[in-house]
Design a protein around this ligand. Sequence first.
Ligand code: PMP
Length: 385
Amino acid sequence: GKPICECNACYAASDCSVFKTDCAADADSGNPLFLEPFWMQHAASSAVLIAGWHRMGYTFNDQSFISRELENHIRRVHAVARNAVTNGKYIVFGGGSTQLLDAAVYALSMNTSSPARVVAAAPYYPLYKSQTEFFQNMHFEFEGDASLMNNSSDNTVNVIEFVTSPNNPDGKLREPVSQVPLTRAIYDHAYYWPHFTAIPAPADKDVMIFTISKLTGHAGSRFGWAFVKDKEVYENMKSYISQAEMGISREAQLRALKLMKAILHGNGTEIFNYAYKKMSDRWKNLSEIISLSKRFTIQELPTQFCNFFQKVRGPSPAYAWLKCEKEEDTNCDAVLRAANIIGREGSLFDYDERFVRLSLLKSDDDFNLLLHHLNKLVAQEDGPK
Ligand code: PMP
């Protein structure tokens, strides 16, 4: 008969109960759907309904583009997560953290005497290169791998380093790599939440960027924020957002506020406990399979003290950074694709093709399919059964 539901591409039958094992496991994108079940459990408290007459104007009552109530709630969420020192820092809102990354490059390169070289330590998030090259101007240009800067004998260059901590793709906590004296860092803390990493100490840097995409999972709302210590850098970032957007959508801010309120309900720790458990279970399941393999390894991440949990905890990264160890497997992405696993190839991160990033952030169905295919691939190492 007629199907009673629209089946996901991997399922068939009228009630979608038949799993099609030939379906590819797509672990490519960082779409953070792992939190969908959390929000289903909090559907009412996180819902937004906006009357047609509400907040029609360009500005809030204080003539600014940012909701002070949202700002206060963001500061409170950080206080609960114990992941950042926000006192004494200005805040800027952006259309996703994506927009703030460029705003920060712009702001830090405004008063330099020669064009700033923008760098990141490989393997790094590909957008740093693509966006910086796209918006390149007389103030800055993308230079590539941060460690290469240290070979330069010119100590007068201005360097702007993206420091992604924990890093996308490998989940490692990072500090700047460039040793050039005039280096200024943009800390991309998209994943600096108890969901994805131990928080050794609250981050307290000059420019720190966060996003709702990886905190609540609402990537589609396009909302991020930056904490900035220096007033001039703050003013420059604000003027970037002003010129580009006249501020961030009031609806996006309203939804973000509702989500922050829902997070802060009770003692505010529920989402962190939920997300940590889910991501750490996924990491354990994946590690178990890979430990049986001689052909593949994944990154090693330490167990360490977490300021949020107030105890030592294990890893729970957003991505697996998988390596093909066999000499002939030089193109690891091709090896995985042949086994119906779609990852993101290492070369996109300015790195070796022996590596592939696998997203652990997607839905339970996506993740389970990934485990299924990996299990099969590893089981085949001793020859077909
Ligand atoms: N920084 C890093 C390291 C990311 O992985 C991502 C998204 N995958 C972003 C920034 C951008 O996130 P958004 O624009 O959704 O805030």
